[in-house]
Design a protein around this ligand. Structure first.
Ligand SMILES: CC(C)(COP(=O)(O)OP(=O)(O)OC[C@H]1O[C@@H](n2cnc3c(N)ncnc32)[C@H](O)[C@@H]1OP(=O)(O)O)[C@@H](O)C(=O)NCCC(=O)NCCS
Length: 152
């Protein structure tokens, strides 16, 4: 298995991250002004490059905007590297660097790879919210970031 690591993205990584995001969904990338969001995430040190044997294979955006808990806003693995366990390891690394007690995230009900990855990374189901994407509820998950720091 490849050696998976994370590093904080810098402004020099912007084109790479924009490319990953554009390739994921070009329409959403443009309509949701994702380039602007990526630029802000990099400036706020909330964007991480996911490396496999030191090659960039994806990125994650992680912050503390969800009730002051860790929040994985987005994680993307480049298509050709999916299904190889990289996503699970990257999620585990994100949890390790989290400074809050818990890490939360959400994904669409239709996104079974993400649900599988979260379950494998030790996340529990937290609840479902209807009404965001029509006919595709948002499923929330959480994990205690570090048992030593966590009281509940
Ligand atoms: C969700 C995502 C981050 C998971 O990363 P990953 O490296 O592919 O996941 P892993 O290999 O660690 O394992 C996750 C599960 O998804 C399955 N999976 C992921 N991609 C797959 C693919 N292209 N084909 C088949 N199975 C796939 C894996 O088989 C695995 O489940 P299993 O081992 O129980 O069968 C990745 O698929 C991705 O980038 N998807 C597009 C963006 C996205 O939806 N992000 C999440 C919402 S923010």
């Amino acid at each position: 298995m490849k050696n998976i690591s994370l590093r904080k993205a810098t402004i020099n990584d912007k084109a790479l991250v924009v490319d990953f995001d554009y390739n994921l969904d070009a329409v959403e990338h443009i309509e949701l002004k994702r380039e602007e969001k990526i630029t802000k995430a990099i400036a706020n040190e909330e964007c991480f490059i996911i490396l496999a044997d030191n090659s960039a294979v994806g990125f994650a955006v992680f912050d503390y905007r969800f009730f002051d808990q860790g929040w994985i806003e987005l994680i993307v693995i480049e298509e050709k590297y999916r299904g190889k366990g990289i996503g699970v390891q990257a999620i585990e690394l994100i949890c390790k660097q989290c400074k809050a007690n818990k890490v939360f995230t959400s994904t669409n009900s239709s996104n079974t790879p993400m649900q599988k990855a979260l379950t494998k990374a030790g996340f529990s189901f937290a609840g479902k919210i209807d009404g965001l994407d029509d006919g595709d509820p948002e499923l929330f998950y959480y994990k205690k970031a570090d048992s030593k720091k966590t009281k509940n």
